[in-house]
Design a protein around this ligand. Structure first.
Ligand code: GAL
Length: 416
């Protein structure tokens, strides 16, 4: 709560009031998809429901990564006024399910055979106690870099494969007076970059023991210190106005040629597409240097809040619409993510989307698919927030790398 300002608390209060007026045959959907690309994708879902005669009562709460949305959700539930459906990530879904707040979607899941088509890694966050408690809409991944192609071409730079190639490209751009890295200084964005940096620095088994197993030796290691040193390199190559910048404004810098690279999840692609840009010719997508073959994922899901025992007809219709193969294709083509079903064709996806689908399947079968720490799929919220705090303090110069490692070990141990 300490990070929230008065204006935001006011917004929470207003949200609680406004939502009180929802018509019961509508679905009221709480989400954080407020950027241009996100809103375009959300419209695909709204349209789908409208075509079925179901009204959409929109409850957007701005803030990438969904921290603010989750604060509003807690306020709504405390006020006895839970929204019908809520965009949610990973461990947050399991937390609400454990509290008995979520509706059981087993009827629609059985009817439509979700067990057979939703990847196991997602089912781990969509089922609780043998019950389906949320409807997965996509799979995003956080270890991507987005680049302005013309800018790279004009400096004779191609997509870097390794950290060393990346630092050489960044230094070359900086020497030429170009802002190498578009960055938004918000805790969740710093943590998003940290996902990829940790994976690249230590490799997949290090990522797993540090972030999934929360192993103290890995968290306190020299490798972790090296990861923080790499974050310091990134910090040294962002522009002066990075602090507090929203992620989509950082994407816009790459779109407009004001910066070369953004390290961000593939929701960034939605912004490029929304601006009429094409992959391959206008922008490049590539895996964060040193993480080829590995995927740190987060899946957006919609959990239905129990409105008194059973799933309402509108909630069932929403869940069914979300899992339909045609919707999964249409939505994810626009959103930048890939389908949450294994049986959707990649025919309508662009080159980045096709690569994303291939990478996800390959990482899942080679044991290189791991939940994103920054986006709630590696550890519960208390641990995630502890990581945010340390990464942010280090990024802003409060801790050197050695102190950051010590703080990480102790903050995570306290949070468990
Ligand atoms: C993520 C979410 C994405 C994307 C991003 C920025 O947590 O999974 O769908 O929208 O936040 O808002």
């Amino acid at each position: 709560m300490a990070r929230l300002n008065q204006k935001f608390i006011g917004a929470v209060a207003a949200a609680v009031l406004v939502a009180g007026g929802a018509h019961s045959a509508d679905v009221e959907v709480l989400h954080w998809w407020t950027s241009g690309g996100e809103a375009a994708a959300l419209n695909v879902l709204k349209q789908d429901l409208e075509d079925q005669g179901i009204g959409w009562n929109d409850m957007p709460v701005a803030g990438g990564g969904g921290e603010q949305a989750m604060t509003v959700l807690r306020a709504r539930v405390t006020a006895g006024n839970a929204p019908t459906a809520v965009q949610m990530l990973g461990f947050d879904i399991l937390d609400w399910a454990a509290q008995g707040a979520l509706a059981n979607l087993n009827d629609v899941a059985e009817q439509e055979g979700w067990d057979a088509v939703v990847p196991t890694a997602l089912q781990a966050f969509a089922k609780h106690d043998g019950k389906w408690i949320s409807a997965p809409v996509n799979v995003h991944s956080t270890n991507w870099v987005w680049a302005n192609k013309a800018l790279l071409d004009s400096h004779g730079i191609s997509a870097p494969d390794s950290w060393e190639e990346f630092t050489a490209a960044v230094e070359k751009l900086a020497a030429a007076g170009v802002t190498p890295i578009a960055f938004g200084g918000q805790p969740w964005q710093e943590a998003t970059a940290f996902d990829a940096v940790v994976m690249s620095t230590g490799g997949p088994s290090f990522y797993k023991s540090a972030f999934i197993d929360l192993n103290e030796n890995a968290l306190g290691s020299e490798t972790m210190k090296e990861a923080f040193d790499r974050m310091a390199f990134i910090r040294a190559h962002v522009d002066d106005n990075f602090s507090g910048r929203d992620w989509n404004l950082a994407t816009a810098m790459v779109i407009n040629g004001e910066a070369a690279f953004q390290m961000m999840g593939d929701w960034a692609k939605g912004e490029f597409l929304n601006a009429g840009k094409n992959p391959g010719s206008d922008f490049l997508c590539f895996r964060f240097p040193g993480t080829a073959g590995q995927v740190t994922f987060n899946a957006d899901q919609f959990a239905m809040f129990d409105q008194g025992g059973t799933v309402s007809a509108e909630q069932a219709a929403l869940a069914s619409a979300i899992l339909s193969p045609s919707f999964q294709s249409a939505f994810n083509v626009v959103k930048g993510s890939v389908p949450a079903r294994t049986d959707v064709s990649d025919a309508d996806f662009d080159a980045c989307g096709k690569q994303g689908m291939k990478d996800l399947a390959a990482a899942a079968s080679s044991g290189n698919l791991f939940g994103s720490m920054a986006h709630g799929h590696a550890a519960p919220a208390a641990v995630k927030n502890a990581v945010y705090d340390v990464v942010t303090a280090h990024f802003n110069g409060e801790y050197d790398s050695e102190t950051a490692v010590e703080e990480l070990v102790s903050a995570i141990s306290i949070a468990q």
